[in-house]
Design a binder for this molecule. Sequence first.
Ligand code: ATP
Ligand code: ZN
Length: 285
Amino acid sequence: MEKIKIAIQKSGRLSEKSLELLGECGIKVANGNRKLKTEAKNFPMEILFLRDDDIPQYVEQGVADIGILGENEVWEKEKNVDIIEKLGFGTCRLSLAISKDEEYSGLAYFNGKRIATSYPKILKKFFSEKGINVKIEEIGGSVEIATGIGLADGIFDIVSTGSTLIMNGLKEVDTILKSEAVMIANQQLSSAKTQLLNELLFRIKSYKNGLGRKYILLNAPNEAIPDIIKLLPGMRSPSILPLADEGWSSVHSVLNEDDFWEKIDALKNLGAEGILVIPIEKMIV
Ligand code: ATP
Ligand code: ZN
């Protein structure tokens, strides 16, 4: 049977989460990431552990069929691969930063300035589209020290909390790209591999649908049911089951974590009792 080959980061910020996502899809990967290559136990899948920078090229060439990496790397590498799904982890932004003592007047500030970055292609494209002339200093890492040592007037780098910038006397002045981990795919997958990919995507979506959602069960007097239904739309609509206790029903539905407490309060006010809230592992819609 044909196997689908997936490339994930060998060691770094996305490694654990990538394996975790496969685990949530019911795919067991033996051996952790010590080896270059391993096989899933219960899914026709081979897992390649690579540096994230190399993943776009391997996927373009078909050495790997699919891969998980930051969108930032996908844009920077400019390989012919398709982004097929955002995965909801590894979120960060690519921003411009300058010394905190400098006054910032908008993007035009950078006209004629030197900017240090590990993402020269993204940066070059951005400024040439704006018609602003900058000099790009490409460096491999520790970009945040470039202004302090006089290599550049500003930097363009990944920011997540901003604390690294502050530690280096910098301030973030503009965000150019928002990024998260994505699934990419080779553009000429065989039909057998496309089928495996679709199975994997189906599982990923079911897992993502369950995130941030809770299953809720409660008992309520029958007169309150119409108002409760308005509060709890559920997947299609809530299930209502009569209780042995006459005049009462049990209501089952799905809730969003975001408006969770607000709804619980409203439900209590409507006379709901015995409210149970249960995590959802997967949700097939
Ligand atoms: P590799 O050895 O695989 O080349 P790396 O040093 O390039 O690793 P990591 O630092 O592990 O990469 O980051 C991998 C990805 O994680 C980034 O490309 C980015 O998409 C994402 N990311 C999320 N938050 C951050 C952050 N605070 N700093 C750096 N990367 C982040
Ligand atoms: Zn890298």
